[in-house]
Design a protein around this ligand. Structure first.
Ligand SMILES: Cc1ncc(COP(=O)(O)O)c(C=O)c1O
Length: 312
């Protein structure tokens, strides 16, 4: 049985096989206990790197193109030379999956940093020996309780910043803004943090995008201060294609507390229902719209896997 000391949207079922996985580290595949990066690495020292979370089903990476678009865009924006093209990344992923005998229900964290620095200081020019590329792949299925119990959110003082400080669209190694928010939520007795934007509108959670359902309409933030989540966009597209009214707009806690349903989106857990916000129960807990979107999303993944030649 899974003991819920901490309940988060990223709780995975225990899988003993993960104790002996091989990690991709700059072209080598090494046991997880031996997979080490330098203390001079810019990722360790400064959080100077970008990452992507993806899922493998039936031997294919779901929404691979969308994840690569975001990853390469982020790297370009911070002048981080990936050193490989999209197909090179695909090959590195394939080598890691093969070394681990993984084909299905797998989650990967693909991480690229500016690499080892010549001196322990901030200047990016001190990273002179090329980037560090790491791929961690685990057998991974979300725990059942995420669907049955939902997530308890607390609104926190930590907000999402303006794009000219650190744009929330960077999936950067440094997630301190989100980590602080998560700590504040835990201190308030909740599972995760609901974060507002600088104007006080409801924005996102510390690790997922956030949606509410009101009278059959699906609402999410304008998108200006949150991660440009792949799952977020897929949910918006699915709503549009299936006659579910969907709006990207500003709204406040007043409307969130009074929602009929609320759910989180992310690659790991797809759509996870929200049980409460600041101790206030959300809706009846039946979540018919969330369940419909979840079923549509499952179908979309299968379609995407088939398009890539995967056998379901
Ligand atoms: C802060 C934050 N929000 C949302 C997401 C969800 O994005 P996606 O749907 O692409 O997994 C992530 C995932 O990396 C994230 O870090």
């Amino acid at each position: 049985m899974n003991v819920l000391t901490s309940h988060s949207t990223h709780d995975a079922q225990e899988d003993m096989r993960n104790r002996d996985i091989k990690i991709y580290l700059n072209g080598d595949l090494v046991h997880r206990d031996e997979a080490k990066v330098s203390v001079y690495d810019s990722g360790f020292m400064l959080g100077d790197g970008m990452w992507e979370g993806m899922r493998l089903y039936h031997g294919k990476w779901a929404f691979f193109e969308e994840h690569m678009d975001r990853f390469f865009n982020s790297c370009k924006a911070v002048s981080l030379d990936v050193g490989l093209d999209k197909e090179g990344i695909r090959e590195a992923l394939a080598a890691t999956a093969e070394a681990n005998g993984m084909t299905h229900d797998v989650h990967c964290r693909l991480m690229l940093t500016r690499g080892v620095k010549a001196k322990p200081f901030q200047h990016p020019g001190l990273s002179r020996s090329g980037p560090t590329l790491v791929i961690i792949m685990e057998h991974s299925k979300p725990v059942e309780t995420l669907q049955s119990k939902g997530i308890r959110l607390a609104t926190v003082p930590q907000v999402r910043g303006l794009p000219m400080s650190q744009d929330a669209k960077y999936n950067s190694h440094s997630k301190l803004n989100c980590v602080i928010a998560c700590l504040q939520a835990e201190q308030a007795g909740a599972d995760e943090a609901l974060m507002l934007d600088p104007h006080g509108f409801v924005n996102t959670t510390n690790a997922c995008n956030f949606f509410i359902v009101r009278r059959g309409e699906v609402w999410t933030s304008s998108g200006d201060y949150c991660m440009n989540g792949v799952t977020r966009q897929k949910v918006i597209d699915l709503c549009r294609n299936n006659d579910i009214p969907v709006f990207e707009k500003n709204y406040t806690l007043y409307e969130a507390y009074g929602a009929d349903e609320a759910f989180l989106t992310g690659t790991f857990g797809a759509q996870t229902p929200v049980a409460s916000i600041d101790g206030k129960a959300i809706g009846s807990g039946e979540n018919p719209v969330t369940r419909r979107i979840r079923a549509l999303y499952k179908g979309l993944i299968q379609e995407n896997i088939r398009e890539q030649g995967g056998q379901i």
